[in-house]
Design a protein around this ligand. Structure first.
Ligand code: ARG
Length: 499
C-alpha cells in the first residue's frame, strides 16, 4: 500500500467521472489507515471473477450493452495479467480494479459498478476465496485420515502404554491410538464441510444492503461463480460474516485435535517411545546430544493462531449494527491467518507421525509399567462371577504391595489377597494360567475386543468404518471441487463471447 498522496498526473489526465472517489474523501492523513489494498491481494483473483460474473449478468439483463461489457471484460484480463502489484492506488482492491478498468476503457468502465456496492462485492469475494482455501484444508485433512488409517492397519499389533492423567493406565496399541485421531479428524472434516456448504451462497446483488432498482439476476451470478444458492435477504447478505466465525471455529477444533496429537508425541518422544525422523526433529544450538520434537511443539503452538483468530473475529463482529460497517474490513484477516496456519499444521503433524519409528520392544516393555494390567485382572475375576467392585478391591490390595521397581504383583500375592478378601483361593475362580495371561500386556490388549476397543480385530472393524466414511468425505470433496471447476469454465466461456 502506498503512503503517497493521489497520483496528480493521473487525476489531471482524466475526465472527472473517471476518478473513482479517491479525491473526494479519504485522501488525507488517514489514507493508509483506511486502505486494505495490501491485504486484499488475497482476494484479487476473487474480485476479478466477481467483476466478470457481474458484468456478464449486467449485459445479459440489458443493463449495460454488450460492447461496453466486452471492453470491461478485456480490461479485466489485462489487469489480471499485470497482477495485484500493478494496481493503481485505491482504498481497496475493488476500487483499485475499477480505477484500472476506467483507465483502460474510459468513463464507460464505471458501468461495471452498476447495481452493486463494495459491500456485497467484498462479501462475495471473501466467500469465493474462502471456498478454495477451505477445500484445500479439507483435502489435507482427508489425506491425513487416509494416512492414519494405513498407519493404524500396520500398527494394530504394536502394543504400547495408554495413559490417563499422564499415568500408565492400560495397555493399548499404536494402531488403536492413531485410529482415535482419525476418528476425531473425521468429525473435523464434517464440521468443515458443513461450514463450506453454509458459506457457499451468493451475496452479490444485495448492493450496499438495500438491493437495487436494476433488474439483476442474482441466481445467474450465483451460477457463474459456482455458488449453490443466493444469500437471500440483502441486508443480511452484505452484513454477515458468521461464515467466517463458523470456519474459524471448525479450524480451532481441528487445531485442538492436532495439538492433542502433538502433545502425545512430544511426551512419547521424551520417554523414548517414538523416534522422530530427522527432518521432523530439531537440535539444540548448544546441547549437541539433543533431538527435539520442535515441529510438534509448533503444531501445538499454532492452536493459538486458530483460537486467536476466532477471538479476534468474534470481538470484531460483536455488536456491529446492521448493515455494513468498516470494522468488517478487519474481519477477514483472522480467518486467513487461521486457515493458513492450521492447514500447514495438518501436513506437518501427519508427516511427523507417519515417518516416525515406533520401537516395538521398548513400547511393549513400557506397556506393562505401573501395573497397567490391573484392570484386566479385575475384569478376569469379574468374568468368573466375582462382583466387579470386589474384584477391584482384590487387585487394589495387591497393587498396594508393589515395591517401587515392580510392575505387577505375582500370582502368589494375588492369591494371598484373594484369601483375605474373598475367603477363598483364586483357584476357586480361575486357573493360574489365565491370571498370568491377564498380567501380560499383549494378552490384555487381545482380550479387549469390545466394539471400538484396542484388540486387533476390533481395530480392523473400526478401520473398515473409517475407510467407508473417508471415501464418502473424499467424494463430497471431489463433488465440491468439480462444481467450482465447472463454474470457472462456465464463467470463462461466457466471458469469451464478449471479448
Ligand atoms: N474494503 C471494504 C471491506 O473490506 C469494503 C469497502 C466498503 N466500504 C464502505 N465504506 N462501505 O470491507
Amino acid at each position: 500500500m502506498s503512503e503517497e498522496g493521489p497520483d496528480d498526473d493521473h487525476v489531471a489526465d482524466d475526465t472527472e467521472q473517471t476518478v473513482v472517489r479517491r479525491d473526494r474523501f479519504s485522501g488525507g492523513p488517514a489514507r493508509g489507515f483506511l486502505s486494505s489494498l495490501e491485504d486484499d491481494e488475497r482476494i484479487f483473483e476473487a474480485d476479478l471473477a466477481v467483476d466478470r460474473a457481474h458484468v456478464v449478468m449486467l449485459a445479459e439483463q440489458d443493463i449495460i450493452d454488450d460492447i461496453v461489457a466486452g471492453e470491461i471484460l478485456a480490461a479485466l484480463d489485462e489487469i489480471e495479467a499485470d497482477g495485484h502489484d500493478a494496481l493503481p492506488e485505491g482504498e481497496d482492491v475493488h476500487e483499485a480494479i475499477e480505477s484500472a478498468v476506467i483507465e483502460r476503457v474510459g468513463a464507460d468502465g464505471g458501468k461495471m459498478h452498476t447495481a452493486r456496492s463494495r459491500n456485497d462485492e467484498v462479501a462475495t469475494c471473501i466467500r469465493y476465496r474462502l471456498r478454495d482455501d477451505l477445500l484445500e484444508t479439507i483435502a489435507t485433512v482427508v489425506e491425513a485420515r487416509r494416512q492414519f488409517v494405513e498407519m493404524a492397519t500396520d500398527h494394530r499389533e504394536v502394543v504400547m502404554p495408554g495413559y490417563t492423567h499422564l499415568q500408565p493406565a492400560q495397555p493399548t496399541t499404536v494402531g488403536h491410538w492413531i485410529a482415535s485421531y482419525e476418528q476425531a479428524l473425521a468429525r473435523d472434516t464434517g464440521r468443515l464441510l458443513d461450514a463450506y456448504d453454509r458459506l457457499n451462497q451468493n451475496p452479490l446483488g444485495s448492493a450496499a444492503f438495500a438491493g437495487t432498482p436494476f433488474d439483476v439476476d442474482r441466481g445467474r451470478t450465483a451460477e457463474l461463480l459456482g455458488f449453490e444458492g443466493v444469500a437471500e435477504n440483502s441486508m443480511d447478505a452484505s452484513a454477515t460474516r458468521d461464515f467466517l466465525v463458523e470456519v474459524t471455529a471448525a479450524l480451532s477444533n481441528l487445531a485442538t485435535t492436532l495439538s492433542g496429537l502433538a502433545e502425545d508425541v512430544i511426551v512419547m518422544a521424551s520417554k523414548g517411545h517414538v523416534e522422530l525422523a530427522d527432518e521432523y526433529a530439531s537440535t539444540s544450538s548448544i546441547m549437541p546430544q539433543k533431538k527435539n520434537p520442535d515441529t510438534l511443539e509448533l503444531v501445538r503452538g499454532r492452536t493459538g493462531d486458530a483460537t486467536a483468530g476466532l477471538n479476534g473475529l468474534l470481538t470484531n463482529l460483536k455488536g456491529q449494527p446492521r448493515a455494513y460497517n468498516r470494522d468488517l474490513q478487519r474481519a477477514g484477516r483472522h480467518a486467513w491467518d487461521a486457515i493458513d496456519s492450521v492447514t500447514e499444521s495438518v501436513e506437518v503433524a501427519v508427516g511427523a507421525v507417519t515417518t516416525a519409528e515406533w520401537p516395538t520392544e521398548t513400547l511393549a516393555e513400557a506397556a506393562g509399567e505401573g501395573f497397567s494390567t490391573a484392570t484386566g485382572v479385575a475384569d478376569l475375576l469379574a468374568t468368573r462371577g466375582v462382583p466387579f467392585r470386589t474384584a477391584h478391591e482384590v487387585v487394589a490390595r495387591a497393587a498396594e504391595t508393589l515395591q517401587h521397581d515392580e510392575n505387577a504383583p505375582d500370582y502368589a500375592t494375588l492369591d494371598a489377597v484373594a484369601e483375605e478378601v474373598l475367603g477363598e483361593s483364586l483357584s476357586a475362580y480361575v486357573a493360574r494360567e489365565a491370571v498370568e495371561r491377564a498380567l501380560d500386556p499383549a494378552e490384555s490388549v487381545r482380550t479387549r475386543d469390545s466394539r471400538g476397543g484396542p484388540a486387533p480385530e476390533a481395530v480392523t472393524e473400526q478401520l473398515e468404518g473409517a475407510t467407508e466414511r473417508l471415501e464418502r468425505d473424499a467424494h463430497a470433496l471431489r463433488d465440491r471441487q468439480d462444481a467450482l471447476a465447472a463454474a470457472t469454465e462456465r464463467l470463462d466461456s461466457e466471458v469469451d463471447t464478449y471479448v
